[in-house]
Design a protein around this ligand. Structure first.
Ligand code: SAH
Length: 221
């Protein structure tokens, strides 16, 4: 194993031990995904050294990759057992998609900015993930072609819960989504049980805006 590889594996182990476990991330699937996925590959050259630190990072096009803890918390909220089909809205760097690819059977990920989608697809390909499919489109409409999904995760802040996403959940499926204003939101877990839909707040959070038909009308930030 090369020196850099060793260093990155050690940085990941430290991230898990210091940032995730003490804050209540206990799901073994999520923890082992964080030990495996090389986050430094998703954040671009100069930022390599800070890839495993406890904060979000810029990924270009005015977008950000979330803090490791937030990615872990959202993934844990999906309660994946390994056999699921999961939809992600907001591919961004592709890091969250890689974490999901480690925890679920099939991942469908939608991004509205073509340059980001292209880059993410290339990195995930290089890393050997074969269970992730990409679409460049407005993800507030979901990806109806492959619905329903046991889990849906939205990694941008929505003004309200987009109806098409709830409709694309399986019975008992979970939607994890930040909902609120342009500058801060509440992370919500939405569950579909037959005709009933329940909503449970998890914690406060800050995401870039979800822009689209069932999101914000434009990115004003
Ligand atoms: N999950 C990403 C973080 C994404 S940041 C990661 O792991 O790196 C949020 C992303 O959502 C941005 O890339 C932004 O372009 C995208 N986005 C915003 N509105 C969207 C929409 N309606 N459909 C799809 N993607 C959207």
């Amino acid at each position: 194993m090369s020196d850099t590889k060793d260093k990155c594996a050690a940085a990941r182990e430290m991230m898990v031990a210091r940032q995730l476990i003490p804050r209540g991330i206990t799901d073994p699937r999520v923890l082992s995904a964080f030990r495996r996925v090389p986050r430094h590959r998703f954040v671009g050259g100069q930022l390599n050294h800070s890839a495993y630190e406890d904060h979000p990072l810029p990924i270009g096009e005015g977008q950000t990759i979330s803090q490791p803890y937030m990615v872990a918390c959202m993934t844990q909220c999906l309660q994946l057992a390994g056999g699921e089909r999961v939809l992600e809205i907001g591919t961004g760097s592709g890091y969250q998609a890689a974490i999901l690819a480690e925890c679920a059977r099939e991942v469908y990920t939608v991004e509205r900015v073509p340059a980001l989608a292209k880059k993410a697809e290339a990195i995930l390909g290089e890393l050997g993930y074969t269970n992730v499919r990409f679409l460049t489109a407005d993800g507030t409409e979901g990806w109806p072609e492959h619905a329903p999904y046991e889990g849906i995760i939205v990694t941008a802040g929505a003004p309200q819960i987009p109806k098409p996403l709830v409709e694309q959940l399986t019975p008992g499926g979970r939607l994890v989504i930040p909902v609120g204003g342009g500058w801060s939101q509440e992370l919500m877990v939405v569950r579909r049980e037959g005709d009933a839909v329940t909503e449970e707040p998890v914690c406060g959070c800050v995401f870039v805006p979800l822009v689209g038909k069932f999101g914000w009308k434009e990115d004003r930030r």
